[in-house]
Design a protein around this ligand. Structure first.
Ligand code: NAD
Length: 480
């Protein structure tokens, strides 16, 4: 069983985020009033509702927290987990504000949570519970295409988003933009290609960008490319699975460790991510998986030697109790808040480079932004341009071939090049291109602050400085 070991000296998740925020604002020149305005969470709505299931009324507790409305709608996922509580939802909402600002998604920050173990309920029961929770939020405009747009998070996915969208449409039958009330929907319910993979894909793009800079790799004591790098991933859910799969299949990284709820798998020669994923789906956990050594207390594998550690499950897993034993020179925070403020300090002192959550897992909200735009424009990306682009490329190919015949040379285009060049970009390619561009631009804005300012020694502080500046400018423009 993988437990999160923490000492009592550890601050709460929200306090931890505040401490990291404070570290950054101490290096900025903001008026104290504005600093406080940006730090605090604007509002948290708590709802308790009953649903009749299995012959009895069951009461559930849910939250929707709005951290900052400097831009609207506000945006942030809905989490289904038994551990959900107000402090966590507020911390996550605050991270959403800074994440959106960093990647220039035009949203304020929000987050929601329902205290529930989704594994305890049948799909039809979960649907009833989700629709009821959505009803409570919709009637208070806490789900609304113009004001508050949720997305998936831990314990939720396409299915839940489709239920929420449908619930909104039932309650707002004349809202032509109803589909934009939530993102992360299935394609046939107004979703966008590439949203499910987006957060993991973003982690891959973030690492690729990091590995483009010799100076940045040197800070972590790394060299070369992602090929052959030993990677340990915690959590093979939506984010962890996609990140691990793409890094292994497309960049040649070796996934040497996978940590899940029921323990960890380790194999220095590299694990087959697809096989482990299928095993978990079939058996409900990693236990019994062949071709790897099994460790009962999975959290211990966080301390194993590797080149890159990807915590992609839950918050607070690297904390005061284990930070000094972490050996990875590079940590990329695919989960939100996996490293506590105290652990962050210990790791920085050890020279470990941390690619912070607000950047590392921003792929999800970036593609959610594309989905929201798609829903509001009521047209699939590429629909108008694709064939026109192909026709233009065909013109060029025809002309080159005509010239070739005219000159009588034996030059010819390779079939592979011709096929690739002639094919116009479809929605998935456009989404990936937009995501890649976003991840590169955001990384560059962070690393500029990291390298150009002597008083900034880590990427997290740099990320906070970039995003807080943007939020501050937005408030100032409004006259606050
Ligand atoms: P998920 O529910 O799909 O996956 C979480 C995985 O972690 C599951 O496989 C679960 O079994 C595993 N897990 C749970 N407890 C564990 C433990 N103690 N030790 C090891 N593994 C454990 O969730 P997800 O959507 O992949 O989200 C994971 C993290 O990424 C969360 O912090 C979430 O806030 C963050 N995130 C998700 C998205 C998104 O688009 N889904 C976007 C941004 C950030």
């Amino acid at each position: 069983m993988t437990t999160v070991h923490q000492t009592s000296a550890e601050p709460s998740f929200r306090e931890s985020v505040d401490m990291m925020f404070n570290r950054a604002v101490a290096l900025m020149d903001l008026s104290p009033g504005l600093e406080e305005k940006i730090r605090v969470c604007n509002a948290t709505y708590t709802v308790r509702f009953g649903v009749r299931l299995r012959g009895a009324i069951h009461t559930f507790t849910g939250y929707r927290s709005v951290h900052s409305e400097h831009m609207e709608p506000v945006k942030g996922g809905i989490r289904f987990a038994p551990s959900v509580h107000q402090d966590e939802v507020e911390a996550l909402a605050s991270l959403m504000t800074f994440k959106c600002a960093l990647v220039e998604a035009p949203f304020g920050g929000s987050k929601g949570g329902l205290r529930i173990d989704p594994n305890e309920w049948e799909p039809h029961e979960l649907e009833q519970i989700t629709r009821r929770f959505a009803y409570e939020l919709i009637k208070r405009d806490l789900i609304n295409p113009a004001q508050n747009v949720p997305a998936p998070d831990m314990g939720t996915g396409e299915r839940e988003m489709a239920w929420i969208a449908d619930q909104y449409k039932r309650m707002n039958t004349t809202d032509i933009n109803g589909a934009a009330c939530v993102t992360g929907k299935p394609i046939n319910a107004g979703g966008i290609q590439g949203r499910t993979e987006a957060t993991g894909r973003g982690v891959q793009y973030a690492l690729r960008e990091f590995f483009r800079y010799e100076e940045d790799k040197a800070a972590a004591g790394l060299t070369g490319t992602l090929k052959g790098k030993r990677v340990i991933v915690q959590g093979l859910g939506n984010v962890g699975y996609h990140a691990a799969k793409f890094l292994a299949q497309e960049d040649g990284a070796l996934i040497t460790g996978i940590i899940e709820r029921d323990g960890a798998l380790h194999n220095e020669a590299g694990l087959d991510v697809e096989a482990v994923h299928s095993w978990i789906k079939k058996h409900g956990g990693i236990s019994g998986y062949p071709d790897a050594t099994h460790q009962a207390d999975g959290a211990l594998l966080l301390e194993q030697e590797c080149d890159i550690l990807i915590p992609a499950a839950l918050e607070g897993v690297i904390n005061l109790s284990n930070a000094d034993r972490i050996k990875a020179p590079l940590i990329i925070e695919a989960a939100n808040g996996p490293v506590t403020a105290g652990a962050d300090e210990i790791l920085r002192d050890k020279g470990c480079v941390i690619i912070p959550d607000m950047y590392a897992n921003a792929g999800g909200v970036t593609v959610s932004y594309f989905e929201w735009v798609k829903n509001l424009s009521h047209i699939r990306f590429g629909r108008m341009q694709r064939r026109a682009e192909e026709a233009r490329h065909q013109l060029l190919v025809d002309e080159l071939q005509r010239l070739d015949r005219y000159l009588g040379s034996d030059w010819s285009m390779s079939k592979d090049f011709k096929e690739k060049y002639l094919r116009g970009a479809d929605e998935l390619e456009l989404v990936r291109s937009g995501l890649d561009d976003t991840m590169r631009a955001a990384y560059q804005s962070m690393r500029k602050v990291w390298h150009e300012r002597d008083d900034v020694t880590d990427l997290r502080t740099a990320a906070f400085i970039v995003s807080i500046s943007k939020v501050a400018m937005s408030y100032q423009a409004k006259g606050l």
